[in-house]
Design a protein around this ligand. Structure first.
Ligand code: 3PG
Length: 306
């Protein structure tokens, strides 16, 4: 049984060691394809694999066509917008993710971005503090809960909006429920986005929400760049000089930011929310275990496709 770990953005070596241990202890073999640049390389490497572990790597119909032996693909991470689930089903491939495993790393990145921004990039410029400020969590899943936890430590006033999460769960995690998304953006100086990318969320944050935010508003996006309506974002930036945008990774319109909005944004070079040794270990080992478990016992707990 061959398990291919294909990562255009590799796991830390310490994570690979642990992933290898899980796979080899089960009597399976592991092959690595790291830092590859072309989809054809993935298609070539997966041709005789029985299982595939990926991160944000695109698993398309073309990749699945080439994967003649593939039974299961596991996205080592939460967001699975890179997996073509319909094509997986058509190719009789089970698709899974590893929810929650890298959430803390993403939540910490939120504050790493915010602190750097509000202390003026550590240049000696007078900054501001977080204690007593409002933070809104746009979606309250695994990452949102970790952000709330950290925000509590900073003494922030925490709000959340998530149509799929009850007020009780929010309250248990120190967040006050907003009844609609407008209320969240109206109330909170800081809004941190934690929703998945899908047809309902694509371009769902734009001018109408941003214009309602309080003075010195700061939007933090460690989800997907596509959830932002970039035209609306630019319009809000044009109208208000007090808004900042901190994102993991840069929007398509980053050249306009570089030209016009210096000091009001931070964009990571490459998506790095989950780029810690700990989250690489958590997500990578979970993916390996889920594959082993599936082959040994048939467990399909984290299956995403029908
Ligand atoms: C996720 O959805 O789990 C994160 O965005 C991590 O993505 P990555 O594995 O490409 O870093």
């Amino acid at each position: 049984m061959k398990i291919l770990v294909a990562t255009e953005k590799p796991f830390a070596p310490v994570a690979i060691r642990q992933i290898r241990e899980v796979i080899e202890a089960a009597g399976f073999s592991i092959e690595l394809l790291e830092n590859y640049r072309k989809q054809e390389e993935l298609a070539g490497a997966v041709s005789d694999a029985d299982a595939l572990i990926v991160r944000s790597d695109m698993v398309t119909s073309a990749v699945l066509d080439a994967a003649k032996q593939l039974k299961i693909v596991v996205r080592a991470g939460a967001g699975y917008d890179n997996l073509d689930l319909k094509a997986c089903s058509e190719h009789n491939v089970i698709a899974m993710n590893t929810p929650g495993q890298n959430s803390n790393a993403v939540a910490e990145l939120v504050f790493e971005l915010v602190l750097f921004q509000i202390r003026g990039g550590f240049t000696g410029k007078t900054g501001t503090e977080l204690r007593g400020k409002t933070i809104g969590l746009h979606a309250f899943g695994n990452v949102g809960k970790y952000v709330a936890d950290i925000a509590k430590g900073f003494g922030m006033d925490i709000y959340a909006y998530d149509p799929f999460v009850s007020e009780r769960v929010m309250k248990n995690n120190n967040a006050k429920q907003c009844m609609n998304v407008e209320e969240l953006y109206r109330k909170c100086q800081y809004v941190s986005i934690h929703m998945p990318l899908n047809e309902r969320t694509v371009k769902s944050v734009g001018y109408d929400l941003l214009r309602q935010m309080p003075p010195n508003a700061c939007l933090i996006n460690t989800a997907r760049k596509e959830v932002i309506d970039e035209e609306g974002l630019l319009k809000a930036f044009e109208e208000r000089s007090d808004i900042s945008y901190l994102a993991d990774v840069a929007p398509d319109c980053k050249a306009i930011f570089a030209e016009k909005y210096k000091g009001r944004y931070i964009f990571t070079e490459k998506k790095m929310g989950a780029q810690t040794e700990e989250s690489n270990i958590n997500a990578g080992v979970a993916a390996a275990r889920q594959i082993v478990d599936y082959f040994k016992t048939g467990n399909q707990k984290y299956r995403l496709n029908k």
